[in-house]
Design a protein around this ligand. Sequence first.
Ligand code: GUN
Length: 296
Amino acid sequence: MTAHIIDGKEIAAGLSQSVAAAVKRVTMAHGIEPGLAVVLVGDNPASEIYVRSKTAKTAAVNMRSLFYKLPATASEAELLDLIERLNQDPSVHGILVQLPLPPQIDQRKVIEAIAPLKDVDGFHPLTAGLLSTGLPGIVPCTPLACIMLAKKVHGSLAGLEAVVIGRSNIVGKPLAQLLLMENATVTIAHSKTQDLPDVSRRGDIVFAAVGQPEMVRGDWVKQGATVIDVGINRVQTGDGKSRIVGDVAYDEVAEVAGAITPVPGGVGPMTIACLMLNTLKAACAQNELPAPEVTA
Ligand code: GUN
């Protein structure tokens, strides 16, 4: 069996188009131009690339894109100062501080400094609490992207066995909450899980979010299962070059899976499209407008 390849790029393009149209409608009807402020501290090359694609996509969906770059030596106080200014600015509806941050800056303090209504990453503890209690709020972009891609394959996720490998606050935990809301039966596996391949083989859907290149092998996956790969890992290829691989050994797993996301071109582009959606939703919520009608 060769798996169906879930084309994250194409699905993300459809979502972005729908967001762009909804942004136009909100701007025309209410004079509100949704704005996203992206903050980068330092010169991490991977972060530079991610930030560039986020700011470019913001402009492409008709939103205002603001970019702030602080030096790697910036103090925590400088960053918190900038966040406070952005919190107070009514033309900024979303604030994203790219992670990781330099060691002199406490990541937790920074995340907690962002006004929850502008927390388009969905990393604030208040946002996480709303999600875990099933209350309306911003949903973190990568978990939302994973759910949307899985639903493209399965329609409903109700009753399916979902295995999430990885328990981070950013992906694994919120993804598990979303899967529960979709009525899936959820297992969260992690580095201390006994017989991880066996647990993974339970999954009708397997989500790999561990940050370990090609960890999920062909014999970890049940025949016909859907595999969603959240990993983005740069590995050396031996000829002095490097390439990007996911957390899934793609060639092996594609032989047994029913459907699989590629890396790149799977979850990554969909995550950015979800960031655009979150910014639009945040702009509507801050102006007491109903949630926008958007389709993926
Ligand atoms: N660094 C890697 N992924 C992310 C993300 O989704 N949001 C932020 N803020 N930083 C990141």
